[in-house]
Design a protein around this ligand. Structure first.
Ligand code: BF8
Length: 675
């Protein structure tokens, strides 16, 4: 082509920082990236639109006769739905296959993480590693009976405590069998309310072994196997329960046993936690096995001296995604950001090393790291990157501290190689994190009964209208953080206490909602009064995404404490994942639904192309398990759908009038100038 006729090179489309995020440091870093001509996920979201048929959930690529695409006709379907793939698969079959394959992906991710935790736990029990130990023996003793492991022994007619490491070995061996045992059902199902266990039994969805349920999804969704969306969903449900009440719950518990159960502690959140005059190490991903050691290494005198020798004032450790939540809840290490801020941490120019393990890690980190001095280090044998600038240091739990020190040293030695101007956004917020089933009991428990009685009492008397779990990711197709924050604020304004995990929890921290002081500013009068009395934030950080199991157990404690029905589905409670994006979110959503929780997702659900299957999830599920799916992208409407559900449950429990009385009392008191 002659030079003159060449079309002028088009400038790439760039994200508008103000449209991309509500969060100021994120906006600042997007602007800096664009100035430096470094592409981020926010720009890619502008240039690449999602596939319209995939969005509807009705593209089948499970065999080479396809991909078969079954979009919904523009004017909907009149009469019989005649759409089918080459094999005859209906839109319902295709959407259900795709949906439960997402569950398989999510359940596999959480559960494989859990398997790694159990393997390390076994190494501890067998005393093969000296770097980890048993930090919470009480939790070990608490969970042992579920695995049929005795915690005492009889000697000469006397009952004695059994050796902790013997108990640990028994628990570890029984726990690892949960992935592949050939008989029975998962041990932790017994922790659920009896009525819920009964429902699972009747439906035939009690998971047998974790791996088996995931493999069976892959089999059933293979070309030409299960062609009944209801039957496919049964398996999806079974695999999701194998995640929530299986792999994820075991991961949480054994992490607590090895690293300590969290209790409330103070920290900070956002990119502003990075320090120009410190060596900045960012750990990112999901597994706390290595990051626990990195925390210890960065606090060692040897490493601090080494950092000073290199001219740094100290070492600042920060986290991204759920690795951040793990080390936050146990050590107070501040998160530097959530999922969509991972590239931005490097764009500060001050990230001396980013250490990643598994899940939610952008491959583009390697391209961004190339523009700076940042060492990008992969550590897990199942998660490497093809780019040449990425360093792989494989982590071995038997040499955990040695590996951690090697990584920290590498970061320190990189401190003086900073190539670009450092620009760390000066925004961070204070937060209280580290809540769990036990600490909720402690803070909100009755002084006499020592259980969830006071929490229940406050729900029954209406000061707390209900409980919401707000969890999950960010998604570059929605405005970063906006849905999370709008929904959470609307809930607490309406006296709904919020339990949060994952990136939603990091978001709440960044926006200042994880402090007791937030109650007076954002809460309705009832919730504000409770928070003030017991000194807790209105939004409780319960950890990482595998720690959603804590929410299941907290809900069960509420049921057991009495007065609010006899199943999770009776509670004035609802779940939400406002900006979800990962397959893990779908697995979590389904185990919450199958545990009786009304669960609302934001953005969209890949179901629009299969209205009958969608109706199965949005309506039939409630008749079966008491929980159901919903989707609402508008955050205010989203929150009010949850509140309407909470109010419906209050009415069913006969406690709706109590709340009216509380509010009337409040108004009366205000009128009398008593408040
Ligand atoms: O597991 S919330 S973006 S980091 S998937 Fe990923 Fe989603 Fe964040 Fe934690 Ni959970």
């Amino acid at each position: 082509m002659a030079e003159a006729t060449k079309a002028p090179a088009k400038a790439p489309k760039l994200a508008d920082p103000m449209e991309a995020s509500i969060e100021v440091s994120t906006q600042e870093m997007i602007r800096r990236a664009q100035k430096l001509q470094i592409e981020t996920v926010f720009d890619r979201a502008v240039t690449m639109k999602p596939c319209a048929i995939g969005m509807q959930g009705t593209c089948c690529k499970n065999c080479a006769m396809g991909p078969c695409r079954l979009p919904l006709p523009k004017n909907g379907i009149e009469g019989e739905d005649t759409r089918k793939g080459l094999c005859g698969a209906t839109a319902n079959t295709i959407a259900a296959r795709n949906f439960i394959r997402m569950i398989a992906g999510g359940a596999a991710a959480h559960s494989d993480h859990g398997r790694g935790v159990v393997e390390t736990f076994l190494a501890v029990a067998r005393k093969e590693t000296k770097d980890y130990t048993i930090k919470d023996p009480a939790k070990l003793i608490q969970i042992a009976p579920y695995f049929n492991v005795a915690t005492t022994i009889e000697v000469d007619g006397k009952t004695l405590d059994r050796d902790l490491y013997e108990i640990a070995l028994g628990v570890g061996e029984a726990a690892i069998a949960e992935w592949g045992k050939s008989e029975g059902t998962l041990a932790y199902l017994k922790r659920a309310p009896a009525k819920l266990q009964q429902k699972w039994e009747e439906q035939g969805v009690k998971p047998r072994a974790i791996d088996r349920e995931i493999v069976e999804i892959m089999h059933r969704t293979h070309m030409g196997v299960d062609q009944d969306y209801k039957n496919l969903m049964k398996q999806g449900t079974r695999a999701s329960l194998a995640d929530g009440w299986g792999g994820a719950m075991i991961a949480t518990d054994l992490q607590d046993v090895m690293f300590g159960s969290p209790s409330p502690l103070q920290s900070e959140a956002n990119l502003g936690i990075m320090k120009e005059d410190h060596v900045n190490i960012i750990v990112h991903g999901h597994e706390p096995l290595l990051s626990e050691m990195i925390v210890a290494a960065t606090q060692s005198q040897e490493m601090l001296d080494y950092a000073k020798e290199h001219g740094a004032k100290g070492i600042q450790l920060g986290g991204i995604c759920c690795t951040a939540n793990e080390i936050l809840q146990r050590h107070g290490v501040p998160p530097a950001g959530n999922y969509l801020q991972q590239e931005l941490a490097i764009i500060t120019g001050a990230c001396d090393a980013m250490v990643v393990d598994v899940q939610c890690v952008f491959q583009n980190l390697a391209n961004v790291a190339k523009c700076f001095h940042t060492k990008l280090i992969t550590t897990h044998p199942i998660a490497k990157m093809e780019q040449e600038n990425v360093i792989h240091i494989e982590f071995d739990e038997h040499y955990a501290m040695q590996d951690a020190k090697r990584i920290v040293k590498m970061a320190i030695e990189n401190f003086n190689n900073r190539s670009a101007d450092v620009m760390i956004p000066q925004h961070k917020a204070k937060q209280i994190a580290g809540f769990g089933v036990e600490s909720i009991k402690y803070h909100l428990g009755g002084s006499f009964r020592g259980d969830y009685y006071t929490l229940n009492d406050n729900i029954i008397n209406g000061r707390i209208r209900g409980i919401a779990g707000v969890v999950g990711c960010n998604n570059a197709r929605t405005k970063h953080n906006e849905e999370h924050i709008t929904i959470i604020k609307e809930l607490i304004k309406n006296d709904v206490i919020v339990l949060t995990t994952g990136c939603s929890a990091i978001t709440a921290g960044i926006h200042g909602l994880l402090t007791p002081e937030a109650a007076a500013v954002h809460c309705g009068p009832g919730l504000a009064e409770v928070c003030e009395t017991v000194g807790i934030p209105p939004v409780l950080h319960l950890g990482s995404c595998v720690d959603n199991s804590r929410i299941l157990l907290a809900a069960t404690e509420v049921v057991n404490a009495g007065g609010l029905g006899d199943d999770i589905s009776d509670l004035p409670a609802a779940g939400s994942a406002p900006e979800w994006m990962s397959e893990k979110a779908i697995a979590i959503g389904q185990y919450f639904v199958a545990s009786g929780v009304y669960t609302v997702f934001g953005y969209h659900m890949p179901l629009e192309g299969a209205p009958v299957f969608k109706d199965h999830l949005y309506n039939d599920m409630e008749k079966i398990y008491g929980g159901k799916w919903d989707c609402e992208p508008d955050p205010i409407k989203h929150a009010h759908k949850m509140i309407a559900h909470i109010d419906k449950k209050r009415k069913e429990l006969g406690i709706d009038k109590a709340r009216e009385r509380v509010l009337m009392d409040m108004a009366d008191r205000q009128a009398l100038g008593m408040d």
